[in-house]
Design a binder for this molecule. Sequence first.
Ligand code: SF4
Length: 495
Amino acid sequence: MKLYLNGHDYKYATEQMLLTLFPGQRPQYPEEEPEPGEDALTLSLSRGRAWATATAKLCYGGQAYKASRRCKLEELTDPLTTDRALQRILKLAFYDAGVAARGSEPPWGALTGVRPVKIPTKAILAGATPAQAERVLQHTYHVTPLRRRLAMDCAQASLDALAALHPGEVSLYVGIPFCPTRCAYCSFVSADVGRALKLIEPFLEALSREIRATGKVLEETGLKVRAIYFGGGTPTTLSASQLDRLMGELADQLDLSACTEYTVEAGRPDTITREKLAVLARRGCDRVSVNPQSMEDHVLAAMGRAHRGADILAAYQLVRDSGIGCVNMDLIAGLPADTVDGFRSSLDQVLELGPENITVHTLALKKGSRLMEENAAIPSGEEVAAMLDYAWAALRQAGQRPYYLYRQKYMSGSFENVGWSLPGYENLYNICMMEELHTILSLGGGGITKLVDHKAGRIVRIANPKYPKEYLDKIDAVCAGKEQVALFTAHSKEE
Ligand code: SF4
């Protein structure tokens, strides 16, 4: 859509709302005026004597829509407050015009952030009742009733997790950026999967250095690891002996006496073997993800996954035989070549297996993925909505409850990803990471360390290199960067 900003330069806020209202549209900032009847937005900001006014003039589908919002100038007391207030009225003016043009409110209303649960959680922590917190979602952000219920359930899980944490605890993420082949919707692992696989051994050597550097920092600071999460990529791309070495190194170098949760993503069934599961179980892993994404063979084939629905059933059985007590399974709503019936059938088959956790993702078209490059046809927003409606009802019926959620850019229908769990099986790491409840130390490829100081309202993010080659090239700096954890912790203690 052509965007014209007058009297301000809040491009990011405007684009966020564009994505929310019209997920298929990409922003353009042309010099010339739009053609008559062409889709375009003029978003203006003006200041009078007492008010700042945002006006949206939207042309969509040949029709014109106009909306305004304003705030008092006396509210604009400092640069941060001013930015927030002006962005809010600009977004809401665009939202009002956009909703009139679409004829419906988006599922998450005018909420544009990726973490909707933080809003009710913060409100409750500040003294609001759950009903008051829900009203913030309803009246300030126009969130629809189903999404409000989802957010409130997850807020409760977040508060429960917060109550279970102890001071000085952190979580550990270990990123293994390798997969046997690359899925069509993936932007995580390097496009040349075969070449990357040759780097596994040097990668593990470098990771061993990073583990030792992390061990030193934990010892210095007294921080304790509460939860471990191996993600990627697919960590079980490593052989049984490589996994054994890596997990052994973690146990030797870090004090894991406070660790109550150890998760390994064994996402792709084509990487799961009895030997690897035996290593995971022996090394203390008590949660594994086996991720079908779909149980429909033609959908899996279209995604470039080298397994079929039957392989999932076999892998699931192997995990159950290994004695690892908690299994998560991921599904994606909105995959190309999938249908509402196909998705329902996938979910029914997964529910039949009875995993303790099920994560329902909505397809997000990511830059750098094959799907994005090929502009592939995907199910419509209405079809994805029907898939999610079915999932919600079936999951609740099966006794599962939503416990964490997040949104991403370019999600089909502007929906969300939701982690569901049988009561008592919620994954603490997922909640801590998504809701930023405590510090997450990330090792390996692609993770982001988040240093969290709640008292000071401070979060510092440090990204590890994403791809194996880059990680190897920068390993000296990655290890030296652990010093920041010590500095941050010392500074937080002083305050
Ligand atoms: S399994 Fe996950 S990380 Fe690996 S290629 Fe597929 S989407 Fe990417």
